[in-house]
Design a protein around this ligand. Structure first.
Ligand code: NCD
Length: 322
């Protein structure tokens, strides 16, 4: 794997390979010494032009547990705020010897620009670009769903037949987009539930069913209920009358939580707006996988960095030996 820019172009087999390597990584994280020597001597740069807590520290933990050197570069307080271009920043990273660049950017497509520009030779991982994609989030979500369903027996399995309902601000959500493509590749059955104003216009071309009524969607039966954050920072207009009205119609509260069938789980990528899209008791209930998602995120990002930085070497070595 050279880069990870999206899930839209990821095949079922490529996705399963990442998820299976993530299982191996998760096993190593049960040991007393969590650190592996695998990426010793490699440099991973976290290049964050947009705020992030969990994604950035998750990539940092993943790189460190593989013994890579990590450089955190956040655009605030850097020369980017003085108007330095992506090109100049990238060329600086190249001169520093970056082997992988993990980039989060407000502009959809920035990671692809970086990967295809010729400015750098490093592998590029998209850690969220505008409203476009957030592939490692979808991979950790799929990992979490697979683990809840198949436990220790997860390897090699896809998500065929799993009914996933994604609720809320789909319009602004790169998490929803990456999940839709990945879940489709893995054979899951995806329903989106949102106010009509928060459904993207091109949704008719997506492999999903769209509904507007959350109670009907829950009554119809589901295995995974994924709540999305209302992305107030990306909203330039009023997409719903009031927060109270939004919560009442599209929020997960105790009543809706109680209506979920046995075995179904509640997911949220974080950060949560408690009391808006999800109530505190739903967020903290035993059905909630929010903290599992965070833990699994480290294993999935370890797998991605490994496949980007060591996977190719391992294959080249095998090829050389032949
Ligand atoms: C998501 C993001 O930044 O796209 N968060 C995350 O990566 N944990 C989702 C969100 O901000 O709503």
């Amino acid at each position: 794997m050279r880069h990870l820019l999206d899930t839209r172009t990821l095949s079922r087999d490529e996705a399963l390979r990442i998820l299976d390597v993530a299982e191996d990584m998760a096993d190593t994280q049960q040991r007393e010494v969590k650190k592996l020597p695998t990426l010793r001597g490699k440099t991973v740069v976290n290049l964050f032009f947009e705020d992030s807590t969990r994604t950035r520290i998750s990539f940092e933990a993943a790189a460190k547990r593989l013994s890579a050197d990590v450089i955190n570069f956040s655009a605030k307080g850097s020369s980017v705020s003085k108007g330095e271009s992506l090109q100049d920043t990238a060329q600086t990273l190249q001169a520093l010897g970056a082997d992988a660049v993990v980039i989060r950017h407000g502009a959809s497509g920035a990671p692809r620009t970086l990967a295809t520009s010729g400015w750098i030779s490093a592998g590029v991982v998209n850690a969220g670009d505008g409203t476009h994609e957030h592939p490692t989030q979808a991979l950790l979500d799929a990992f979490t769903m697979r683990k809840r369903r198949y436990g220790a027996d997860s390897r090699g399995r896809d998500l065929a037949g799993v009914r996933v309902t994604i609720v809320g601000d789909v319009l602004h959500s790169r998490v929803a987009r990456s999940n839709v493509w990945l879940l489709d590749a893995l054979g899951a059955d995806v329903t989106l539930v949102a106010p009509p104003t928060l459904v993207p216009q091109d949704v008719s071309a997506w492999p999903v069913r769209v509904r507007y009524d959350l109670d009907e969607a829950i009554a119809g039966g589901l295995d995974v209920l994924m709540m999305l954050r209302i992305q107030a920072e990306r909203m330039n207009a009023a997409y719903f009358p009031t927060e109270r009205e939004y919560s009442r119609r599209w929020g997960l509260d105790s009543g809706r939580l109680a209506a979920l069938g046995p075995g179904s789980i509640v997911m949220h990528p974080g950060p949560m707006n408690r009391g808006l899209e999800i109530s505190a008791d739903a967020a903290d209930s035993p059905r909630s996988t929010v903290l599992d998602q965070v833990t699994n995120g480290v294993s999935v990002r370890m797998a991605v960095l490994y496949l980007l930085l060591a996977g190719n070497d391992a294959r080249d070595e095998k090829e050389d030996a032949r």
